[in-house]
Design a protein around this ligand. Structure first.
Ligand code: HEC
Ligand code: HEC
Ligand code: HEC
Ligand code: HEC
Length: 454
């Protein structure tokens, strides 16, 4: 029955689309445009508002503050919640700062890249390059709609598919050309246009780019960035040239057991359900997949409890491997900092800093992918193991450098809480808070369509 469904949808979509990809109209960016025609989809989409829980990841694990010292994520980082909050959370996070004009602030415009269908509306209006070359603050007055219909649907054909041009380019460049995929993978690519690793390409107007030309694994992406000599930032303590992984859900799912069995993001997060009169539709609340046990998982798994237990065990295993890698990495950063203070030279430090870069990339690739314990725990645990090894290698090299400069013992500052860790890296949180408050009150609440409280 599932196969037949798929075939039917594929045939209809192919007939309507005729292969061409039509553009959405400006009014399609407004989610209300679609409400009347598709009430079930609209109403279940609107329930992404229900998952409003904010979890402060830095407070949960203060190691993160040290690992991201000198980069925005050490200021503020919450776990993901419902799609409804994408714009609010982006505007409120300390990472985007408090730009009072169109030309200041820490972030580039491409930060809007995975938050709103207004992105494509503006690409159509001013051009992708022109949009991307500006600062984040320049476009806030245009960003009014949260992740919605026009992010995942072609308005003319109705087909569920990615709408971001940079995602289509990346799928093609990595051998996953959209047009060559099965219908179910094409739909899942609608998630893959945002739930991926990306960077802003400084050689091309800071457009969004996925680093996939050599493959999507942790090693392939690392090789890509190394060959490019790309870094996201220089670590404040160790001075290592760092990479920040974003959220490689697509990449880590792709090599999973479920992907091999053709179970996609859509199967688990957007199952088919029935409305009151028995008509089938796709549930558009992309929240917790385990709630969809009956609709999806039960086809292959015996009981919900078994899966809940398996997920808890896998989460614990990933968490343990994560903390073990972090412990080595945090110390490596501090030891590198001490080596610089003791007078180490760039030549002496180079190899150890490269190990730190590689260790932290592998650590981040594994844990930045939310839900990794459900999607691909084996991959996470293995990659975290390599991350730990890389960090141990860095520390062995640093020990020699330190000894050469007469340092036999390094003492670490207190980083046992978020506040202590932020103080240890010299981060002035009160100042950042004040900037954000002024920005929200004097600019966002007065001039931007999404009103955000401090
Ligand atoms: C336009 C970009 C975009 C698209 C398309 C997208 N997501 Fe998301 N997703 C996000 C962002 C951004 C967040 C975090 C929102 C926040 O925390 O404010 C998120 C959060 C989530 C969460 C966490 C929700 C929760 O309640 O905790 C899940 C699960 C998720 N997405 C799954 C999916 C799936 C499955 C698809 C495809 C059907 C998808 N997303 C498509 C950007 C996107
Ligand atoms: C995160 C991506 C995403 C968003 C946002 C989204 N859709 Fe969908 N939509 C899908 C996917 C995936 C399917 C299922 C396609 C399939 O079965 O292959 C779908 C299916 C549909 C269908 C076909 C009938 C059905 O229920 O299966 C309609 C109609 C629809 N969506 C309307 C909407 C409307 C209206 C909105 C905005 C309120 C919306 N969608 C937002 C991804 C999305
Ligand atoms: C086999 C089913 C399955 C597939 C396939 C799947 N997921 Fe998940 N996903 C889950 C489960 C289960 C969880 C929640 C685990 C938990 O809460 O313990 C989850 C969690 C998530 C989260 C984190 C939510 C949070 O609040 O932390 C995101 C984001 C997400 N999935 C996106 C995706 C995307 C994007 C894809 C496709 C590339 C995908 N998932 C494929 C089952 C699946
Ligand atoms: C098409 C079949 C299929 C569907 C549907 C499916 N799974 Fe799986 N799942 C598998 C297979 C096969 C394995 C690997 C079992 C093994 O290695 O012993 C697996 C393994 C798992 C595991 C690892 C623990 C274990 O039992 O080995 C979890 C957790 C999991 N699935 C969650 C889910 C969730 C949650 C859903 C629904 C949202 C889901 N799966 C839907 C086929 C499926």
């Amino acid at each position: 029955m599932k196969a037949m469904n798929k075939l039917l949808i594929a045939m209809t979509a192919a007939a309507i689309a005729g292969g061409a990809v039509a553009k959405n109209k400006p009014e399609d960016a407004n989610n209300l445009t679609w409400k009347e025609k598709y009430p079930e989809q609209y109403n279940s989409w609107a329930t992404t508002k229900d998952d409003d829980e904010l979890t402060d990841a830095l407070a949960e694990d203060p190691n993160l503050v040290i690992l991201w010292a000198g980069y925005g994520f050490s200021k503020d980082y919450n776990k993901p919640r419902g799609h409804y909050y994408a714009l609010i959370d982006n505007i409120r996070t300390l990472r985007t700062g408090g730009p009072m004009t169109d030309t200041d602030g820490p972030m580039a415009a491409s930060c809007w890249g995975c938050k709103t269908p207004d992105l494509m509306r503006m690409y159509d209006k001013v051009g992708e390059g022109e949009f991307s070359s500006k600062k984040w603050g320049a476009w806030g007055d245009e960003m009014g709609n949260v992740i919605g219909c026009a992010d995942c649907h072609d308005a003319e054909t109705g087909k569920a598919m990615p709408q971001r041009p940079f995602a289509m380019r990346a799928f093609a460049a990595s051998g996953q050309k959209f047009e060559d995929q099965e219908e179910n993978i094409q739909s899942a690519m609608a998630c893959g246009q945002c739930h991926v690793e990306y960077y802003f390409d400084g050689t091309d107007s800071k457009k969004v780019k996925f680093p996939w030309n050599g493959g999507m694994g942790a090693d392939e992406i690392l090789a890509y960035y190394d060959a490019l000599g790309f870094k996201d930032w220089t670590h404040k303590v160790s001075k290592a040239p760092m990479l920040k992984a974003q959220h490689p859900e697509w990449e880590t799912w792709s090599s999973s057991m479920h992907a091999e069995m053709d179970v996609t993001c859509i199967d688990c997060h957007m199952p088919k359900v029935e409305n009151a009169s028995g008509k089938e539709f796709t549930k558009h609340n992309v929240g917790n997949a385990i709630d969809n046990f009956d609709a999806t998982c039960s086809g292959c798994h015996d009981t919900k409890q078994e899966l809940v237990d398996a997920l808890a065990a896998q989460k614990h295993e990933v968490e343990t491997a994560k903390l073990a890698a972090e412990d080595e990495l945090v110390k490596a950063h501090f030891e590198a900092g001490e080596a610089w203070k003791a007078g180490a030279t760039e030549a002496e430090m180079k190899a150890a800093l490269q190990d730190i870069r590689h260790a932290q990339w592998r650590w981040d690739y594994s844990i930045a992918s939310h839900g990794i314990h459900a999607h691909n725990p084996e991959l996470a645990v293995e990659t975290l193991g390599t991350a730990k090894e890389n960090a141990i290698e860095a520390r062995a090299k640093l020990k020699k450098v330190l000894a050469k400069h007469g340092v036999t013992k390094v003492t670490y500052p207190d980083y046992s809480t978020k506040a202590a860790a932020q103080a240890a890296i010299g981060l002035d949180k009160a100042k950042l808070d004040a900037e954000k408050k002024k920005f929200l009150e004097e600019r966002v609440q007065k001039e931007w369509p999404v009103k955000v409280e401090f």
